[in-house]
Design a protein around this ligand. Structure first.
Ligand SMILES: [Zn+2]
Length: 199
């Protein structure tokens, strides 16, 4: 009888050990898979959501409209990638001093890309001399490539212009521009990289 009980106890202990092992294994799998999910999420946010952009080559020729992932970097990474002026303007909505740089008076044919992500933003074909000391355009190269949002800073109601692909602050748009749109995109040189078509 004692031998039977002892064998039964051993069997229960063995089964319990098996259950504990199984639970521990399941727990470990759950922790590892959660970790996997977490790193996936971080990777996804680093690549960003998809946006629609019209693509252009450096000659300013329109290519296809494509769905591309947004360019997202932590603030410290942007700081490393950009000059001080570029960083404060694009990532913290600072403004270049008027009549600084050279783009405000450049009328060479070419394309203006985002300094942060190379998204095509403006063409020299829509550039005009606004007299403000900032590069000025009456339209973006493609409406999809920039986005706008209300800006109530500095006690003014303005419309901020941002890069669709990386959310860089570009400048503001006003309704006192020339035809055909009567808009004036007032853009910071620090947000732009000009690729001239002049030989
Ligand atoms: Zn950009």
């Amino acid at each position: 009888m004692n031998l039977v009980l002892e064998t039964l106890n051993q069997e229960i202990t063995r089964r319990r050990a098996l259950w504990i092992t199984a639970f521990a294994f399941a727990g470990l799998v759950a922790i590892l898979s959660r970790r996997g999910n977490r790193s996936d999420t971080v990777a996804a946010s680093a690549n960003g959501e998809e946006v629609t952009l019209v693509q252009f080559n450096d000659a300013g020729e329109k290519l296809e409209t494509a769905r591309v992932r947004k360019v997202i970097h932590p603030d410290a990474e942007w700081r490393k990638l950009l000059s001080s002026e570029q960083y404060y303007v694009t990532r913290h909505a600072s403004t270049d001093m008027a009549f600084t740089g050279t783009y405000y008076e450049t009328h060479d044919p070419g394309i203006f890309r985002c300094i942060c992500c190379a998204n095509a933003l403006f063409s020299s074909e829509a550039k005009f001399d606004s007299g403000t000391g900032w590069p000025s355009f009456w339209a973006p190269i493609a409406e999809d490539n920039v986005r706008k949002r209300s800006d109530m800073s500095l006690l003014m109601q303005r419309v901020e212009v941002l890069c669709t692909r990386c959310d860089a602050h570009l400048g503001h748009v006003f309704d006192d521009g020339p035809p055909p749109t009567n808009l004036r995109y007032c853009i910071n040189e620090s947000s732009l990289h000009f690729i001239s078509r002049k030989a």
